[in-house]
Design a protein around this ligand. Structure first.
Ligand SMILES: NC(=O)c1ccc[n+]([C@@H]2O[C@H](COP(=O)([O-])OP(=O)(O)OC[C@H]3O[C@@H](n4cnc5c(N)ncnc54)[C@H](OP(=O)(O)O)[C@@H]3O)[C@@H](O)[C@H]2O)c1
Length: 602
């Protein structure tokens, strides 16, 4: 996370609200430096820049080279260039013409306040908007940090200087840093603190300037402590909505939620908003025509009180485990599978309750995995959701899993989520609160289901044609993954497998007892680990719902052909074989394993 400050300049709003420009770039002269001139600084650099890159292969085209000379010669001049053409990674010229939704033209000049920008999805969003809408306004990034230097360090190390941004780095050449730092403004804050942890002056600057708020900050741990998850995922959006009410020219509040806020709903699940008090458990009982008395009404404020009281009554030592259990217990009581999705659903409820006249969009992606195309295929961060299982399997450490073979894993590539987000954003910025359909499920299970048994076959084929290597450099040949419907069968499989792999069944000799005991402990640990994963994932590997995406499809229908090429999110067209074998797993090996794990293909 930490590192050295890189070359370049940035507008920085300190905790005390002073606006300063940090610069290590001798050629860069800021037009205005003082807090008094902050607005001038914010406006005068927002004119259009021309980016031309072919993205995927990231070689620089001749037309770009010409432009890059201009850009490199003087970042200031480049920033005043009013050119509009963007050559996206797929190579086709996109001129942002006013057809379709008009995404580029609508987002041009808009100022953003973004939370969660250091996260997996947040970065893909920041990259895409800067690449396709270079004359976007300021993008204020709420970053957890102890001081401004640390915030800048995080911005540089976790966003600006990362591989994900290499298309932009190549496009802007030497003026890359100054371009990035003229747009991205780190502000210290925390969605768990009152007024988002912003100092008054900073809050004022943002409140005056911002057009669109994007809340991507979240705690995504399925079995997090209830107090922690509630604070970030439920109270976070409500604190942000309170802040939104102070924003003078806000056009949109966009919440990144999850399709799994639908909890234990079954069948085709529509893009419906939550109302305060909704609970999946009561809803299910209504459908089954049963007594509702046993299930209390869900009241978010009561949940917050319950957590506060529980924390008071629990000793520090017991608190952590008990609060994890409490989250799961409350989630299950009301019809959600875990604390994460329950607290995210309550986040949506808070937004709905508080929004008043503020236009809102709620984006509900299913499981987000590596990028499909842009800025290059296979970019991924973190070992998440299905990936630990994929990697254990590829390395020969797990040969079965607890899953419904005919069930569906609902996956969407990160760049498609971002494209849909930008399209929805542009649409709703113009139509305001009048638009009723503001929930977008970005999901594949209804239109292009990836069935678990097919996934298992794809993994088998992939790891046998490009095997991982063991410690001695020999290829690891994996068997087809066994899929178990019951924990009992899965557990038996795990024991058998662990015993075979550890050699426990052959451990004879003088120290037999001691040695066997040690091996047995190792086996037990690996079995427990696999069972833990299986338990956490069970609600997802046996999920009984399919996410309808009618609003998302309609949104796609509003886009021009040009927009579909640049901001496409047609999950129905994903070829899963190609995506899993040629994009996602190679991406995992390269960006998550970073060559570790002794794979033949990195
Ligand atoms: N990943 C998925 O498969 C998936 C699927 C559906 C929906 N989503 C939703 O998509 C959004 C982004 O997810 P992601 O995968 O990008 O998550 P992620 O990689 O875990 O990133 C979470 C982001 O939230 C920030 N954050 C956490 N607590 C915060 C706090 N108290 N104050 C301010 N910022 C805070 C983190 O900042 P730090 O870097 O400082 O920790 C980080 O930038 C989330 O809302 C999530 O619910 C994700």
């Amino acid at each position: 996370m930490m590192g050295t400050m890189s070359l370049g300049s940035s507008i920085v709003i300190s905790k005390k609200g002073a606006v300063t420009l940090l610069s290590n770039d001798k050629n860069y002269y800021p037009p205005c430096l003082s807090k008094k001139n902050a607005n001038c600084l914010m406006n005068c650099q927002s004119e259009g820049n021309v980016i031309k890159t072919n993205g995927v292969s990231v070689s620089v085209s001749s037309s770009f080279t010409k432009r890059s000379v201009l850009v490199n010669a003087d970042p200031g001049t480049a920033l005043l260039d009013t050119g509009r053409s963007v050559l996206p990674p797929n190579g086709s010229v996109y001129n942002g013409a006013q057809s379709g939704i008009g995404i580029v033209n609508i987002l041009k000049g808009k100022a953003f306040f973004v939370t969660g920008a250091t996260g997996f999805l947040g970065k893909v969003f920041i990259e895409k908007i800067l690449r396709t809408v270079p004359d976007v306004g300021k993008i204020y990034l709420l970053i957890k940090a102890k001081d401004m230097d640390s915030a800048m360090e995080r911005l540089n190390n976790e966003i600006i200087n990362t591989e994900l941004f290499k298309s932009l780095q190549q496009a802007y050449g030497k003026s890359y840093q100054s371009f990035m730092l003229s747009k991205l403004i780190p502000v210290i804050g925390n969605v768990c603190e009152s007024n988002l942890g912003l100092d008054e002056d900073t809050a004022d600057v943002i409140a005056k300037d911002v057009d669109i708020i994007v809340n991507s900050a979240a705690n995504t741990t399925f079995d997090e402590r209830y107090d922690v998850a509630l604070d970030i995922n439920t109270r976070g959006p409500s604190r942000l909505m309170s802040f939104a009410k102070k924003c003078k020219k806000l056009n949109l509040f966009l919440q990144i939620s999850t399709a799994y806020v639908n909890g234990q709903r079954q069948g085709r699940i529509m893009e419906r908003p939550f109302n305060a008090g909704d609970s999946i458990a009561r809803e299910s009982l209504i459908y089954e025509d049963q007594e509702l008395i046993s299930i209390p009404n869900l009241n978010v404020e009561d949940e917050i009180k319950l957590v506060l009281e529980s924390k008071k009554s629990l000793g520090e030592n017991a608190a952590s485990q008990k609060l994890k259990e409490l989250g799961l217990e409350r989630a299950n009581l009301y019809g959600w599978q875990d604390t994460y999705v329950f607290t995210k659903a309550m986040g949506e409820m808070m937004i709905d309750k508080m929004r008043g006249d503020i236009p809102v969009v709620i984006i509900r992606p299913s499981v987000i995995e590596s990028t499909y195309k842009e800025p290059f295929p296979g970019w991924m961060e973190g070992n998440r959701m299905m990936d630990p299982i994929v990697l254990y399997y590829g390395k020969g450490q797990l040969s079965g899993f607890l899953v419904d073979p005919n069930g569906v894993l609902d996956v969407v590539p990160a760049d498609m989520v971002v494209n849909a987000t930008m399209a929805a954003m542009a649409k709703h910025v113009t139509c305001g609160k009048t638009e009723e359909n503001y929930i977008y499920q970005i999901a594949s299970s209804a239109v292009n289901p990836l069935v678990f048994k097919d996934l298992a076959r794809l993994l088998y084929e992939h790891f046998n044609s490009s095997p991982c290597l063991d410690l001695k450099g020999r290829p690891v040949h994996v068997p087809i993954m066994q899929l178990y419907r019951s924990m009992e069968d899965f557990s038996a499989h795990l024991w058998k497998d662990a015993i075979n792999r550890s050699g426990l069944n052959n451990s004879g000799g003088i120290n037999k007892g001691k040695y066997s005991h040690k091996l047995e402990n190792i086996c037990r640990k690996s079995v427990e680990q696999a069972k833990y994963l299986a338990n956490i994932y069970e609600p997802y590997t046996f999920y009984g719902g399919r996410f309808d995406n009618s609003n998302t499809q309609k949104l796609m229908g509003m886009m021009s052909e040009e927009e579909k090429r640049t901001f496409g999110f047609d999950v129905g067209k994903i070829d899963w074989r190609d995506y899993i074998s040629n994009i996602h797993i190679p991406g995992l090996r390269r960006h998550v394993m970073k060559g570790r794990g002794m794979c033949t293909q990195n």
